[in-house]
Design a protein around this ligand. Structure first.
Ligand code: ATP
Length: 455
């Protein structure tokens, strides 16, 4: 709740604008991931975001952005520039756009003082500035930092008609922004009567975006919303191609949900075995959930990904239930001593480190060394150096070995070569995800379909 009741005009929120503030954003030093997050949240809530504006730490530029957007948007969400230093200008910009002076908010000041006291730290004089707000605005409590958020309204006139635009200013650090958005912005949104917006997202891996679009065919009709049907679109990121479903119209929430169900099953049919999950699922989270259900453990043996695959797995909360750990065998010596790859693989004229033989030996060796049910091994040339005439940059061998923990048992092995493209980071990311997709195919019991960029 705001610590001070702001005087507000009721606003129906249909159209939103997002303002991201900071020199580090306009200079390209920080990627504006806040705007993406806020836009996704607003879309899920049923608003249409018409513009993302990025401004430097410059008062006039920020006031101009607020004032311009307030003519068309019903809601502005601004992030950043609420710190205690001279380059944090958002408070003044909101006050300027509202035509208000800045005043000190007693409750916000007490909250900032309490934040420091609870941490046995002394509050600096500069922090006092963070308790300022536009006279007719309100501060919004921040439980994860010192900068309170702000709410205010910019009122514009078109002839005799007055229109108000709600502005929420939230801190830049994502760990402060995310909870504050959910606590202070979402509950205050007021959507047009009778309008329903529902979204859903499904994820695929292993198909090019264009191939997926071809499979989806008329489901991707750009006029779908106009015809009262859900709209389907695709976005590709790091090898995962996501399918977004959105219904927006005047159907009841139940009818909208039923339409999305129908649309989802058509998308599932079209994407087939390449569809691995939806919503917040990642390849790692889905694979771990399947392993947990089967009461099985996974281990990894990584060369060119150097722990990236293990990192993706341990990013998932609760991963220890199914992920045992891994070996980073970057050198040939460690491939032999830790994973038991025959040293003869590396002799002159032999298959070498980036080969079917070595990938398979790493996976089978990992299975035994780590005592797990499944092992994934990756060995490749991430670049930009290290290529040979027969082994170009981007060549990656990935092996999965399953079962057969006992020394005499024979594991089931799937080993494939991929010719990955892009820079070092892309090759490594794609390789790690491809390894997970190979395990997913095995656990899901689907045919080992060829994955994108498989040679
Ligand atoms: P603080 O109290 O930390 O100064 P602030 O509201 O002034 O909060 P900024 O100084 O603008 O926030 O940003 C602090 C940090 O938050 C940045 O260094 C950056 O790491 C992150 N950040 C800010 N804006 C964005 C953004 N649009 N996208 C991603 N990260 C951001």
């Amino acid at each position: 709740m705001p610590s001070h009741a702001s005087s507000t005009i009721p606003v129906t929120h249909r159209i939103a604008g997002i303002v991201s503030v900071g020199d580090e954003l306009t200079l390209g030093q920080t990627l504006d991931t806040n705007a993406r997050w806020v836009a996704q949240r607003l879309t899920d809530a049923g608003l249409v975001t018409i513009e993302h504006v990025t401004v430097p730490d410059d008062l006039a530029a920020q006031i101009a952005a607020f004032a311009r957007l307030a003519h068309t948007a019903d809601l502005i969400v601004c992030t950043g520039g609420l710190g205690p230093t001279a380059d944090d200008l958002t408070r003044g910009a909101l006050a300027g756009a509202m035509g208000d002076p800045l005043v000190e908010d007693e409750i916000a000041l007490a909250q900032i003082e309490a934040f420091y006291a609870a941490r046995n730290r002394v509050m600096s004089a500069a922090n006092r500035a963070q308790a300022l707000r536009p006279a007719r605005g309100a501060t919004l409590a921040n439980h994860n930092g010192t900068a309170p958020g702000l709410h205010g309204q910019i009122v514009t006139r078109e002839g005799s008609r007055e229109r108000a635009c709600d502005v929420f200013c939230l801190p830049g650090p994502p760990r402060e922004l995310f909870p504050m958005f959910d606590q202070h912005v979402l509950p205050r949104l007021s959507l047009p009567q009778g309008r329903t917006v529902r979204t859903r997202v499904l994820h695929t891996f292993g198909l090019a975006e264009s191939d997926l679009a071809q499979r989806l065919g008329s489901l991707m009709d750009r006029d779908a919303l106009g015809k009262g049907r859900p709209m389907v679109g695709t976005t590709a990121s790091g090898g995962v191609v996501s399918v977004r479903l959105r219904y927006e119209g005047f159907a009841t929430p139940e009818a909208a949900a039923a339409m999305l169900d129908g649309c989802e099953s058509a998308v599932r049919d079209a994407a087939g075995v390449y569809l691995f999950g939806g919503g917040a699922d990642t390849l790692a989270s889905v694979v771990l959930a399947m392993l947990r259900q089967a009461n099985q453990k996974l281990g990894v043996v990584e060369s060119c990904t150097g722990g990236l695959l293990g990192g993706m797995l341990t990013e998932v909360p609760g991963s220890s239930a199914a992920f045992a750990g891994g070996l980073i065998t970057y050198t040939n010596v460690l491939k032999t001593s830790l994973a038991g790859v025959p040293a003869s693989n590396f002799a002159a004229g032999a298959a070498g480190a980036v080969s079917r033989e070595t990938a398979e030996a790493m996976a089978v060796g990992g299975l035994r060394a780590l005592g797990v049910d499944h092992a994934l091994a990756i060995t490749g040339i991430a670049g930009p150096d290290g290529a040979t005439p027969s082994k170009p940059v981007g060549l990656v061998w990935i092996a999965r070995a399953s079962g057969g923990v006992g020394l005499s048992a024979t594991p089931d092995v799937d080993c494939r070569a991929f010719q990955l493209t892009g820079d070092r980071a892309s090759v490594r990311e794609w390789a790690a995800k491809t390894a997970l997709a190979m395990l997913w195919q095995h656990l899901a019991g689907v045919p080992a379909m060829k994955l994108l960029r498989q040679v």
